[in-house]
Design a protein around this ligand. Structure first.
Ligand SMILES: Nc1nc2c(c(=O)[nH]1)N[C@H]1C(S)=C(S)[C@@H](COP(=O)(O)O)O[C@H]1N2
Ligand SMILES: [Mo]
Length: 257
């Protein structure tokens, strides 16, 4: 879609040339080979390249990102790197489409996770029931397209295990997440089944605090920050493209691997 605009107003080759020099990567490197196309760059930065300012913004974002993390963001089968506790970013940044003083307060007692769509078991889940499911931990890097990244430690249920518990149709295309703050985003089934995709209940060994998404978020180290929904209140398995809060405003739907 943006190709048409680009042909008339922008010079594709010169954008790529600038991107290459921002990245200073030799062409044989994985990232350069796989992603140094306009599509790959817009995927990486979340920028919809339709005009000169957004091209500049894209180049700025690229230059700020750590090239070491870029290769695996594009390969759904590879594991994202993990880190040690000493490498954790403290404090872990807060981000949302509103300020920290507007973080939703979700009442634990009333909370139930709704499950809808292509699943055999539509029973809602209390937090207590969720905490009883098998849990694991990861120390991984979260990358935000706004130009920062941070390493955090998250604990929760392997999402593929949860999908089995609800009898999800694993041949369905999408999973949509509705959040307690009117945010929503959706992911593809291969990412949902990725071993590092986690229904996250804790941060750094403690119950997930409100600012990081109480009572639960989806943590995917193979996806950019905006694909990781916080304050999840319902999950739908579907074949109908669900889009998302930022995706509907032009951010790339895949947003990562
Ligand atoms: N419900 C909800 N989830 C969300 C967002 C949001 O505004 N609302 N923002 C996203 C973005 S852009 C980022 S970078 C991360 C920030 O998560 P953090 O506050 O734990 O750092 O949450 C993502 N998930
Ligand atoms: Mo973000």
């Amino acid at each position: 879609m943006f190709k048409k605009t680009l042909n008339s107003t922008l010079d594709t080759e010169s954008i790529l040339k600038d991107a290459r020099s921002e990245l200073a990567l030799p062409s044989r490197r994985l990232f350069a080979k796989r992603a140094l196309t306009l599509g790959g760059l817009s995927l990486l930065t979340g920028c919809n390249i339709t005009d000169e300012p957004s091209v500049n913004r894209m180049l700025e974002r690229i230059s700020r990102m750590n090239d070491g993390v870029q290769g695996w963001l594009f390969d759904p089968k590879r594991l994202a790197p993990t880190y040690t506790q000493a490498e954790m970013t403290r404090p872990f940044p807060f981000n949302a489409f509103y300020g920290i003083e507007e973080v939703p307060e979700i009442d634990e007692a009333d909370y139930q996770l709704e499950v809808t769509g292509l699943v055999t078991n539509k029973r809602p889940w209390t937090l207590e029931q969720l905490h009883k499911l098998p849990q694991n931990e990861q120390i991984t890097r979260h990358i935000c397209v706004e130009g920062w990244s941070a390493i955090g430690r998250w604990g929760g249920i392997p999402f593929s295990y949860f999908l089995q518990q609800i009898g999800a149709d694993l041949s369905a295309k999408y999973i949509d997440f509705q959040c307690g703050d009117d945010y929503h985003t959706s992911i593809d089934m291969p990412t949902a089944l990725h071993p590092q995709t986690q229904l996250t209940l804790t941060y750094d060994g403690q119950i997930l605090p409100p600012k990081y998404g109480f009572p639960m978020k989806l943590r995917m180290p193979t996806k950019l920050g905006y694909k990781n929904p916080k304050h999840i209140v319902s999950i739908e398995v579907t074949n109908k493209y669900p889009g998302g809060y930022w995706e509907d405003q032009g951010y790339n739907w895949f947003g990562g691997s």
